[in-house]
Design a protein around this ligand. Structure first.
Ligand code: PMP
Length: 402
């Protein structure tokens, strides 16, 4: 099989012997020094988890099929917020999952096996794994317009809305990125989310939110969940997939959740039991323990939670700084861009990825001639860029664009 478009790039990068090589292919955070980063709130939580274990207060027993009860409750509260009517009324079925990929995968299998859905609509483009996940679950993958084909770097809201309001059959399942759309970094505005929520409610569309960047996009946990909350307030009953890979830097611990908002507490209980018995038990029985304990402590302890929020601001701020520095360097060099060389899309987009507008040929040339790696759709991870590499990357981009 051909290599994965994202992970295959990392494998090529690791084999590259060139000393100044730069990997902007995979979505990971690096410090200004280019080092992986473990959040101090997570280090503190690790200490507490270790001492609980050493002192015999906790064990390594299996979690239930649905995962850790405290983690599930706190995770649902994080995304739906204190004002959520669905949470207050016990209408949300939450499963702990194997990070965000597992959340989307459980959602996909549930749509197919429990909901009887046969297709799903994805934005064009979307995270490359989405089509594989839904396809593997046996769903037909269709698409709706998202990125403006004329600019290549902005949202075509009219085309998106028109498709969802008229072309997509009523009652269809539709995937939405809650914030920091991957790969484009282009999100609807709050007003556009309101319009979409109204259309989903009117047409009975099932919203499947992928929320992989809450708190990491803007630095504000509530702002990044506004899309989900606006749908819930409009009476849409969404499915919401969550990942703590980026926001808590827990990539390899595989911590996530999927939430099914339903019409009643009885329905939530029925959904939960179906997901447990028909989707999760035959695949992996129960989710991993350690990362969920860490996340529970960070979500539930006021001091750790405050420390985490401060670290989110630092991470989101560093990403914004890298966007601005790269854009400024490209402008200084006079590098050609679709917007007449202003490179404003780099700073207007949000989240860890910049959708540069580079073609697959440009990306191949960048990699072959300058050892700068990004995915072939022109997506570059700004969270992995370090200040010392900005001039080199901008220079290389400028050369391949001319
Ligand atoms: N959805 C989207 C849109 C993502 O960008 C990612 C991370 N690349 C994920 C889900 C899930 O990643 P993980 O399984 O590492 O949580």
């Amino acid at each position: 099989m051909p290599a994965d478009p994202i992970l295959g790039m990392t494998a090529m990068f690791l084999e590259d012997k060139f000393p100044k090589k730069v990997n902007l292919g995979q979505g990971v955070y690096r410090t200004d020094e280019g080092k992986p980063y473990v959040l101090s709130s997570i280090k503190e939580a690790e200490g507490r988890v270790a001492s609980e274990l050493q002192s015999g207060r906790t064990f390594k027993e299996y979690l239930p099929i649905e995962g850790d009860a405290t983690f599930r409750k706190l995770s649902a509260e994080l995304v739906f917020g204190a004002g959520s009517a669905a949470l207050r009324e016990g209408r949300v079925a939450t499963m702990q999952t194997i990070s965000g990929t597992g959340a989307v995968s459980v959602a996909a299998s549930t749509l197919r096996l429990v909901g009887g859905f046969t297709e799903i609509y994805l934005p064009e483009p979307s995270w490359s794994n989405h089509a594989q996940i839904f396809g593997a679950a046996g769903l037909e993958v269709r698409s709706y317009p998202y990125l403006d084909k004329r600019t290549g770097t902005t949202l075509d809201f009219e085309a998106m809305h028109e498709a969802l309001a008229t072309m997509v059959p009523a009652g269809s399942a539709v995937l939405l990125h809650a914030c920091a759309h991957n790969p484009t970094g282009v999100d609807p505005t709050p007003e556009q989310w309101e319009v979409l929520a109204g259309t989903f409610a009117k047409r009975g569309l099932l919203a499947v939110f992928d929320s992989a960047y809450q708190g990491y996009a803007s630095g504000d946990l509530d702002a990044d969940a506004a899309s989900v909350r606006c749908f819930e307030a409009a009476g849409v009953l969404p499915i919401v997939c969550q990942s703590y890979a980026k926001s808590m830097g827990l990539y390899g611990e595989r911590v996530g959740a999927v939430n099914f908002v339903t019409a009643s507490a009885a329905e939530a209980a029925a959904v939960l039991s179906n997901v447990k018995q028909r989707v999760v038990r035959p695949v992996y029985s129960s989710p991993p323990l350690h990362g969920a304990r860490l996340a529970s402590l960070v979500l539930g302890d006021p001091a750790l939670s405050a420390a985490w929020r401060a670290e989110l601001l630092v991470m989101a701020g560093r990403v914004r700084r890298m966007r601005a520095e790269l854009a400024a360097a490209l402008v200084r060099l006079g590098a050609p861009a679709p917007d007449g060389g202003r490179w404003e899309h780099l700073t207007a987009q949000i989240g860890m990825f910049a959708y540069t507008g580079l073609s697959a040929q440009h990306v191949d040339a960048l990699r072959e001639r300058y050892h700068v790696y990004m995915t072939r759709d022109g997506r570059a991870c700004m969270a992995a860029l370090k200040p010392d590499d900005v001039e080199y990357v901008a220079g290389a981009m400028n050369k391949v664009l001319r």
